[in-house]
Design a protein around this ligand. Structure first.
Ligand code: ADP
Ligand code: ASP
Ligand code: MG
Length: 471
């Protein structure tokens, strides 16, 4: 018997599936890959469609069903046009099945009627982008002579019911992935799986969070012990900074999982942070490549970092706020930090950054600005006794804040890094509001006012670029 070819998962982002030309380009890449490996494709929604679906949900919630239906019509036309154009190019019919759009209209009508939108129905509405794009990519492949089958990820991946950012239960999902996909491999069909979506234990549609198709690809790769997971996007790979902020950011050919995790956690949009976790667990390389320049080698994210010292990349996240608890009465009182974290955990608020001054008279937390009001209220309630006695002053909140992070495995044990970081930021006249250094020493992160974000990233990137040029 012939040895089965190694599995390679290929994920195409919305930017790589934006129109007929791009879908055909993706299909060609898959057709090439299918000659040397067992291919699994993962499709994101066509660029911008998830945003449109969420906008339609918002309109429906306000009772504006006509506006919501207009959005649906735009989405329908865009997919139909892509199918038509592909048919013209390939001289073979590329079908588009609009049936899911009826279910979408029903869901929107329900929301409009009730003028209420739960997280559950938002996930259902958001799921349609991938449910339309995956069959279109499968049809394009078939029209190119590569037998393919669209697969709804809700038959493969089971998550918890944290709608909007659900987490996959790999124990339940991995066997399903293998059970559903193995017969397709045997028949020589390329599965084209919907990214982003999954189902809860009760069978409701869930989503893995915005940009979650990367995570779908990594989860499938982990379940299938893939040789690698390729993330096709619109940049050459992971760059030393967001190219929209730093136009001369350079390509990082190799990153460790830890560096990728730190970068994506602190805002590098090129990869969805949770995608790194299944890849680490099964030691599967993630390769980020440009679908417009497939000859490029991209960025390989694997166990070992590239050699070299110092900072490798700069990232930033916006939309944060800074909360601080101050008070002389906090000195030497054990358990204040534990109570702060207990409160945020109870609220389900994720604390992006935390710092405690060594005098123990101040604790600073950075968290999403959207969670500001309820977190302040809950902390004031938690520390009501200390506030009455004057041990703690009121909880102060400021924002909007951005967190800027310098990342690099080589920062460990390189003396003087923090000095260089803060020297560069000070020279750019940016005021640092709070600082944290992860215990891994692979990152230094600090909070700045939102209007200083770009200046801080650029100033810090000049340090990275200087170091890269010197090696
Ligand atoms: P896709 O639709 O392929 O998933 P995304 O828009 O989610 O694409 O991610 C790619 C984009 O991420 C790039 O176009 C770039 O603007 C942005 N980006 C932000 N930070 C980085 C970085 N450090 N390296 C590369 N791209 C980055
Ligand atoms: N379509 C989803 C989004 O726009 C998921 C993804 O593209 O990865 O967030
Ligand atoms: Mg993305």
């Amino acid at each position: 018997m012939k040895k089965p070819l190694p599995v390679v998962v290929h994920k195409f982002g919305g930017t790589s599936l934006g129109d007929a030309e791009r879908i055909l380009r993706a299909a060609s890449l898959l057709a090439d890959a299918a000659k040397k490996s067992t291919v699994v494709a993962v499709a994101s929604a066509m660029g911008g469609v998830t945003d449109q679906l969420l906008a339609a949900a918002h309109q429906a919630e306000r009772g504006r069903i006509t506006a919501a239906r207009k959005v649906v019509a735009t989405i329908r036309e865009r997919h139909q046009r892509a199918a038509q154009e592909m048919s013209q190019t390939l001289h073979v019919a590329v079908g588009f099945d609009a049936a899911p759009l009826e279910e979408l209209e029903t869901a929107l009508s329900g929301v409009a009627l009730l003028r209420e939108r739960t997280a559950r129905v938002t996930d259902l509405i958001a799921s349609f982008g991938e449910r339309l794009s995956a069959p279109l990519l499968a049809a394009a492949l078939a029209a190119k002579g590569v037998p393919a089958r669209a697969v709804d990820a809700r038959t493969l991946l089971v998550t918890n019911d944290a709608h909007g950012a659900a987490q996959c239960d790999r124990k339940k999902s991995d066997p399903k992935v293998r059970r559903v996909l193995a017969p397709l491999f045997e028949k020589g069909l390329v599965p084209v799986v919907t990214g982003f979506i999954a189902r809860s234990p009760r069978g409701e549609t869930t989503t893995l969070g915005r940009s979650g198709s990367d995570t779908t690809a990594a989860l499938l790769g982990a379940a299938l012990a893939a040789k690698e997971v390729v993330i096709w996007t619109d940049v050459d790979g992971v760059l030393s900074a967001d190219p929209r902020i730093v136009p001369n950011a350079h390509l990082l050919p190799r990153l460790s999982y830890r560096e990728a995790a730190e970068m994506t956690y602190f805002g590098a949009k090129v990869l969805h942070f949770p995608a790194v976790l299944p890849a680490i667990a099964e030691s599967i390389p993630l390769v980020i490549r440009n679908s417009w320049k497939p000859e490029g080698t991209g960025t390989v994210i694997a166990s070992k970092a590239a050699p070299g010292s110092g900072i490798r990349a700069v990232t930033a996240i916006s939309g944060m706020c800074l909360l601080s608890l101050d008070g002389r009465g906090m000195t030497g009182v054990a358990g204040i930090a534990a109570r702060v974290f207990g409160t945020t955990a109870r609220l389900g608020v994720s604390v992006v950054m935390f710092s405690q001054a060594s005098s123990e008279q101040n604790i600073a937390l950075v968290l999403p600005d959207a969670d500001r009001a309820r977190t302040v209220a809950a902390l004031e309630q938690e520390f009501r006794y200390e506030r009455l006695t004057g041990a703690i002053d009121s909880v102060r909140a400021s924002g909007p804040i951005a967190v800027v992070a310098a990342v690099g495995d080589g920062m460990r044990g390189t003396p003087g890094i923090a000095a260089r970081v803060f020297d560069a930021v000070a020279k750019a006249k940016v005021n640092v509001e709070a600082i944290a250094q992860g215990s891994s020493e692979c990152n230094i992160s600090f909070a700045v006012e939102e209007h200083d974000r770009v200046a801080a990233v650029r100033a810090l990137h000049a340090v990275v670029a200087g170091a890269a040029a010197a090696t």
